[in-house]
Design a binder for this molecule. Structure first.
Ligand code: AMP
Length: 418
């Protein structure tokens, strides 16, 4: 029988190894800390949802149209791995009756998302997002609030050098008339646009502004801008968001071409990039208002605003800018027993664990080799245990940094290590 190849991880997904986790943990802790400071509470929703929930709210987006992990379970239910969190969080807000509590519900979630895209650096098929949502209020103050959370989180991680693009896309009241203006502008140019844009001209003209294909670029500058065609309410909200950001000292770059292609998105849209770059590939975070989403899911009309940020990209950038994350050692104390002293070693470890993290090196190898491991693991102390000491219920306690070594009775270890 030929030996089979070892089975490797699925394409586009990665392991986060112990050596990766301190940086990730720092990013997660910073997110949790910012969320707490702004009064946001954690929510956890399932990784699987009815495919219909995801498809209904995202039919036109790549994340859903081309990239959805869709499957049937053994009961024949059509399910999907979530490609983003908002649809599920809004569903949970209603199913969990958060809509009956004081509004808005301020929620955050950290977890994996799944998209069947072409994997490359910064783009994975399973990736992690910090998702922040304020549901149940139309106040523009919440648009500014979630933006401030995103910026503060990145800042706390040492990523102060970011660029935020900001725009508004109006609402159901003013957008239809604007879209007609946009169509009227682009129709005479139709033959000069690339295929997708020719099609979108009638179905979803807002996306023409977002197009990155070179042949479509020359026409954007003269296209009508929605900011000149907002209804009174949207204009007031747009002014308020900018005033609030100015007051909070948050810089932004007005980008009239930043749009979302789905009807339920309203008013504020924003994206955050590393300062020196552009292009959707590098976005660290993106978000906006989605006042029509709840209704699209079949729930009562309820406004909401939020953002999602990719932890994979954020941690990669933290690494790139050289912010140092000091990893705690796996164990502060390493017990190094001589052969056949496993039971005594386990008892010593148990005693030390009252005050420190402790591991035991049970491997049969020389003391020298064990000390090498202790150094590599970054232990602050080693506890040397031989048969004679074990009988006396003492150990040799060695502090790695100073090299100082003293005999210590077992029961005194917590006091010595505290
Ligand atoms: P989106 O939901 O597409 O607006 O994405 C929000 C954020 O999630 C982006 O700004 C990225 O930081 C991150 N992100 C999206 N797709 C991926 C992916 N395939 N791999 C890694 N990060 C991603």
């Amino acid at each position: 029988m030929p030996r089979s190849e070892p089975i490797k991880a699925v394409r586009g997904v990665r392991d986060l190894l112990p050596r990766d986790r301190p940086l990730w943990r720092a990013a997660e802790l910073a997110a949790e800390d910012v969320a707490r400071r702004f009064g946001y509470e954690e929510i956890v929703t399932p990784l699987i949802e009815h495919a219909e929930l995801i498809e209904r709210v995202g039919e036109d987006t790549d994340a859903v149209a081309k990239e959805l992990y869709r499957f049937e379970d053994r009961g024949g239910r059509k399910l999907a791995l979530r490609p983003e969190a908002t649809a599920g969080v809004v569903r949970a807000y209603f199913e969990g009756h958060l809509n009956q509590e004081p509004q808005p519900a301020r929620l955050y979630l950290i977890g994996p998302m799944f998209r069947y895209n072409r994997p490359q650096k910064g783009r994975y098929r399973q990736f992690f997002q910090l998702d922040v949502e304020a549901i149940g209020s139309a106040s523009p103050a919440l648009d500014a609030e979630v933006i401030e959370i995103a910026v503060t989180w990145l800042h706390d991680l040492g990523l102060g050098e970011v660029r935020m693009d900001l725009n508004t896309i109006g609402d159901a009241k003013c957008r239809p008339a604007y879209l007609e203006l946009l169509r009227a502008y682009y129709r005479p140019l139709r033959d000069k646009l690339h295929g997708d844009c020719q099609r979108r001209l009638e179905t979803n003209p807002l996306l023409l502004l977002d197009c990155k294909v070179p042949q479509c670029q020359p026409f954007k500058a003269d296209a009508p801008r929605i900011t000149d065609h907002l209804c009174e309410e949207c204009a007031a909200a747009w002014a308020a968001v900018r005033r609030l950001l100015d007051a909070a000292g948050i810089e932004y770059h007005l980008d009239p071409y930043l749009v979302r292609g789905l009807d339920y998105y309203t008013r504020t849209v924003f994206e955050i990039y590393p300062a020196q770059t552009g292009g959707s590939q590098d976005a660290l975070a993106g978000g906006g208002r989605y006042d029509g989403l709840a209704e699209a899911e079949g729930w009562p009309a309820t406004p909401g605003v939020g953002f999602a940020s990719g932890l994979d990209r954020v941690t990669e950038m933290v690494k790139a800018v050289g912010v140092e994350i000091i990893a705690a050692p796996a164990a502060e104390v390493l017990v190094l027993p001589d052969a056949e002293l496993e039971i005594a070693a386990a008892e010593v470890a148990h005693i030390c664990r009252a005050v420190r993290s402790v591991a035991v090196d049970y491997e049969a190898k020389s003391l020298k080799a064990k000390m090498r491991s202790a150094n590599k693991l970054g232990a602050r102390w080693v506890v040397l245990l031989n048969a004679e000491d074990a009988q006396q219920r003492t150990v040799q306690l060695k502090e790695m940094a100073s090299g100082d070594q003293v005999a210590v009775p077992w029961d005194d270890l917590p006091a010595r290590l505290a």
